[in-house]
Structure formats: C-alpha cells, structure tokens
Write a protein that binds this ligand. Structure first.
Ligand SMILES: CC(C)(COP(=O)(O)OP(=O)(O)OC[C@H]1O[C@@H](n2cnc3c(N)ncnc32)[C@H](O)[C@@H]1OP(=O)(O)O)[C@@H](O)C(=O)NCCC(=O)NCCS
Length: 377
C-alpha cells in the first residue's frame, strides 16, 4: 500500500461573533466529509448530519468540550475527527471518532488520525478513551468478535482491526434497529393499553412536542442525570452528569437551533406530581427517520411497565403529529434484555450493530503530547 501525504488538521472553531461565510463553508466541508462516510456505510442519507446541527453543537459548548477537525491531504478533504469530554469536575472518559472517506482508506490515514486524536483526548484530561463504531453483525456461521460480557458480536472489520492493534477492547455491543410506526400502530395501541392497565391509577402519562414545560423541568433534568449512570455500560467507564432545569433548557435550545424537533413522553407519579419515567424521539430535518434517544424509568418506579407505556405513547404521538415520518431508529445494549424485549414486542427489526471500544491510559501515556492546531500533522 502507498502511504499518505502530509495531513493538515483544520479545527472547527466557534467564532467570537456569528458564523461568517468562511466559517460556514468550513462546517459544510466537514459535514460533507462525515456524510460520505455514513452514506457509504448505510447506503442512504438517513444518518447524515447538517450544517445547522454542527453549528448548534459548536455554539453549545457549555456542558462538554468537543474538538472537531477536518483533515486535508494535498488540498483534498479526506477525513474528519472529533474528541469530546464532559465538563464535569473529574470527567475521565473522552469520546474519539476518526472517519476516513472511502476513497482515501488503506493508506495509513486512519491510524495516523487515531494516534493523534488520542493525544487530544489525553490533553482534555481523559484517562479512558472510548470509540463508538458502526459495524456489521458477523456473517452467518462466523462467531465474529464478542465483548467480555458475551452479549452481542460484531464482524471483525477494518475499524475492529485498527482499534485492536491500538490496544482497545470491545466492551459493549449495541443493536441498532428500525421500526415502521405506521405498520406497528395496532401493536402500539395494544401495548399502550396493556401497559396503562398495569401502571394503574398511580401514574399518568403525558406527551408533548418541543420543549418541556416549566413545572416538569426539574424532574426531567433529574431523570436525564440518571441516564448516564443507570443505563447498562458493561466495562465502559462512565462519567456522572450534572443536570438541572437550566441544562435541560440548553439541551432543548440546541435541538431547536439544529432544526431538530423533540417528541417526549413522561409518566407522572400522581401522588407527588413528579416525572418518574421519560422517553425522547428526535426528528431531524424532513425526509430523515426519527431517532429514538434516551428512555429511562426511575429505579423506585420500575416493574410497572412504565417503559413500555412512555415508549408506546411517544411512538403513537409520532404517528399522530407526523404521519409522513414512519421510520424510527433505536440503539439498545445487547445485555439490556428488558429494553430489547419491549422493542422486539413492538416490531423493531435489527439493521446493524455498534461497538463500544475502550482503552484506559496508564500514567505517563499522555507525556510528550503535542497540541494539534491548524498546522500539519
Ligand atoms: C477505520 C478507518 C478509520 C480506517 O481508516 P484507514 O485510513 O483505511 O486506516 P489505515 O490505512 O490507517 O489502516 C489501519 C488499520 O486498519 C485495518 N484495515 C485497514 N483496511 C482494512 C481492510 N480492508 N480490512 C481489514 N482491516 C483493514 C488494518 O488493521 C490497518 O492496519 P495496518 O496498516 O497495520 O494493516 C476507516 O475504515 C473508516 O473511516 N471507517 C468508517 C468510520 C469508522 O469506523 N471509524 C472508526 C475509527 S476507529
């Protein structure tokens, strides 16, 4: 294989004022580069990002620090990279991502990017480096690669080889599945009625589009905070997240600026008036599927089918409000049997797997770090 030429790292910056034309043009090049990778893997534009989404992310850096780079070789955009970490005191897990466009692969670019990105992660204070990667499931009759837990497996593909050679371990596998809401409507109504009967009079379900009303913000923020620690993480290091009503409002403002519409459903405990379970669907620009984001039932209120109740309610809300958006995509940890059982019952079908990889840094690993900027690598 022929090696790569000198690589230029151009960092996306948040301008002091507003995004001017050159800043927006750079964001657009970054989005195009990212979308060439997702379109190549998925075969359609469902997972594309947009300039508005990226600008909203760059503007909202209050809760996490992200460094995003466009990688250029001989004047050609060949890759994009991200390193991100939470702003909480003591945050130790950095998320890294290096995507090389299909035409530029096999020349050592991916390895060069990961090696430098690891130094960026260490500079951000991380002691645990994590990478989430889209994979295919193993071919029929092939065991593929399984995490320590034994739940799920991935095909041993190029990113798996690269990450293994860099010392990462596959810690967790998530199943990616898709539902046709229109086709599932009857099942959804049946499951909502059944869950509602189980939950009984103690709970009330509410659903809405857009931002959360003020009286629910504190309880919804508390549920978001639990999401980081309560969702199964297998062997991945997870940082606690601090959420309050103000952070919830920032999260919802970012979605609005990104051109995304949240559909939310929550179960309220009638005795206290508090939200004790919630779920969110995010609708990007028209023409794209809806994405199932977080779902959580507070530990004190499990066992009453509230997970099914809020999910079924929210998917029915999607069908009611946006009959044109029938595709829903979701991610679930392979060990999260209760959640998978709910989704299988609703008719979600697997379309791929995502691997959660991790490498823990040892003391001294971050020595000799060079700060990347817009200079050549
Ligand atoms: C994973 C990815 C970044 C590799 O980029 P690349 O520029 O082709 O990588 P490199 O040329 O540096 O190769 C790095 C290693 O990947 C593996 N690899 C590359 N091409 C491969 C192939 N066709 N089959 C199997 N392994 C392959 C090899 O282990 C290789 O190491 P080697 O050079 O010692 O043989 C690229 O395939 C990609 O962007 N994929 C989609 C996004 C993604 O999954 N990113 C995760 C990044 S960790």
């Amino acid at each position: 294989m022929t090696g790569h030429r000198e690589l230029e790292w151009i960092e996306l910056q948040r301008p002091a004022d507003d995004f001017d034309e050159p800043a927006l043009a750079l964001v657009a090049r970054y989005a195009d580069t990212a979308n060439r990778v997702t379109q190549h893997f998925w075969g359609d534009e469902a997972f594309d990002t947009t300039v508005d989404e990226l600008v909203a992310k760059l503007r909202h850096d209050e809760d996490s620090i992200s460094r995003r780079f466009l990688i250029v070789e001989d004047g050609v955009d060949v890759a994009r990279c991200v390193a991100a970490i939470g702003r909480e005191e003591g945050a130790r897990a950095a998320y890294l991502s290096a995507w090389v466009v299909p035409e530029a692969r096999g020349r050592g670019i991916g390895r060069a990017l990961m090696e430098r990105l690891e130094r960026v992660g260490a500079e951000l204070g991380a002691t645990s480096l994590q990478v989430w990667v889209d994979h295919r499931p193993p071919a029929e009759g092939d065991a593929g690669l399984a995490p320590e837990s034994g739940h799920g497996a991935i095909a041993a593909d190029a990113p798996a080889h690269l990450l293994t050679s860099l010392g990462y371990r596959l810690e967790q596998v998530e199943r990616i599945s898709e539902l046709d809401v229109e086709r599932a409507r009857h099942e959804l109504e049946r499951h909502r009625a059944d869950a509602s009967a189980h939950a009984g009079e103690a709970y009330e379900v509410r659903s809405w589009e857009g931002s959360t009303s003020p009286e629910l913000r504190d309880a919804m923020a508390a549920l978001h905070a639990r999401m980081a620690t309560d969702a199964p993480a297998a062997g991945l290091d997870v940082d606690e997240e601090t959420w309050d009503a103000a952070r919830l409002q920032r999260y919802e403002a970012e979605m609005a600026e990104a051109g995304q519409t949240p559909l939310q459903a929550a179960a309220l405990h009638r005795a206290t008036g508090e939200a004790v379970a919630f779920t969110i669907l995010v609708l990007p620009e028209p023409g794209k599927p809806a994405f199932q984001e977080d779902t959580l039932v507070h530990a004190d209120h499990r066992g009453h089918r509230l997970g099914m109740l809020v999910k079924a309610e929210n998917l029915l809300q999607l069908g009611r409000r946006h009959p044109d958006r029938t595709r829903v995509i979701t991610w679930n940890a392979e060990e999260n049997r209760p959640m998978l059982a709910v989704n299988e019952a609703l008719g979600f079908a697997p379309i791929g797997v995502e691997g959660g990889w991790q490498r823990r840094l040892r003391a001294g690993d971050e020595e000799g770090t060079a700060a990347p900027g817009t200079m050549s690598a």
